[in-house]
Design a protein around this ligand. Structure first.
Ligand code: SF4
Ligand code: SF4
Length: 115
């Protein structure tokens, strides 16, 4: 699967915003999801990490789905490259295939502290 084609679909009929908790939005360190009209929506699909499906596993309403990994050999291969990192700025744990100490959200802040 090419870069940018792996990202979740949110079934908005199922999403109840975790009754205000927005677990997936709070969890994802890559800025993929945001809250719109009290529901989670995908705003940055390119930020999603190939093979990651962590937000789906924490959704209490089964509202988050991904393409089939079996039908995406490159994702299956790449998954073995993912490793867990604790962000040196915000402390969130995230999965990445890059060598980095910071999550996607904090990377810009750390690199451009005055912006
Ligand atoms: S975790 Fe599920 S129910 Fe909660 S905001 Fe995200 S999609 Fe909606
Ligand atoms: S938690 Fe993982 S799978 Fe979910 S949107 Fe963020 S990067 Fe993608």
């Amino acid at each position: 699967m090419s870069k940018g084609s792996w990202f979740p679909t949110i079934f908005s009929d199922n999403c109840d915003g975790c009754k205000g908790g927005y677990k997936c939005v709070a969890y994802c360190p890559n800025g993929v999801l945001e809250i719109r009209d009290d529901k989670a929506v995908i705003v940055n699909p390119l930020g999603c990490i190939d093979g990651c499906s962590a937000c789906a596993s924490i959704c209490p309403k089964d509202a988050i789905r991904f393409p089939s990994k079996e039908a995406s050999p490159s994702v299956t291969t790449k998954k073995s490259l993912l490793h867990r990192v604790v962000c040196g700025e915000c402390g969130k744990t995230f999965l990445t295939d890059r060598e980095t100490e910071y999550c996607f959200s904090c990377e810009d802040k750390v690199r451009k502290p005055f912006h």
